[in-house]
Design a protein around this ligand. Sequence first.
Ligand SMILES: C[S@@+](CC[C@H](N)C(=O)[O-])C[C@H]1O[C@@H](n2cnc3c(N)ncnc32)[C@H](O)[C@@H]1O
Length: 218
Amino acid sequence: MRWRWIDTPDGSQTLVDDETGLTFRSRHGARTESQHVFVDGAQWPRAPGARWTVLEVGLGPGTNLVCTHRAAVACGAVLDYVAVERAPLPEAVFATGPAGALWPWVARALAVPGHAAEAAGHRLTVHVDDVAGLDLGAERFDAVYFDPFGPRDQPASWTAPVLAQVAAALRPQGRLLTYAASRAVKDGLRAAGLTVRSRPGAGGKRECTVGQKPARAV
Ligand SMILES: C[S@@+](CC[C@H](N)C(=O)[O-])C[C@H]1O[C@@H](n2cnc3c(N)ncnc32)[C@H](O)[C@@H]1O
């Protein structure tokens, strides 16, 4: 099998792709990285009935999805999660990982790509496609989880046009979260019109990055 799960120090697992040598989440704590960089970074309103609209670039094995779903359920928020994934993982991999309990929902979303599958009021849509050039709409999302591996490994996923696309899909004051922290990434996010700041990192990284869309001019 091309993929294997490995244990990380916080008790969660991350996936290793032996063909590319890439790891899907930090080896130093997969769940900790998802929770800190993406879920906490988004600063979701923890109010019953709050609607959390997410665009994720790179669903992978769903660690961000399961952490966000858990946080939404815990406070009674309603999740509208749209993921773009050009190479969905097979059931034998996804269903045996940390987001395995969500597999039936993910499978229903994958069965009709681009259409929302509902589960207890939460919505999941998966576009099985490359994010580059995909119509993501304008000002739809409160948060973008930008997670297509790193710019060194997947440079075509981090181009100025892609960053401009995902920035356009953010609502005013919406946030783009990434564990990447290089100068080039920050410059790219600024060029896409976002205000950029660094936060302490997690999972063995010193920093991660938040790009925020300005408020709409009145
Ligand atoms: C780091 S993994 C995502 C981990 C996932 N977000 C999680 O929390 O478990 C990166 C994923 O991005 C996908 N990906 C990379 N570049 C992409 C692109 N240009 N368009 C769509 N998906 C892409 C890969 O196929 C891979 O599944």
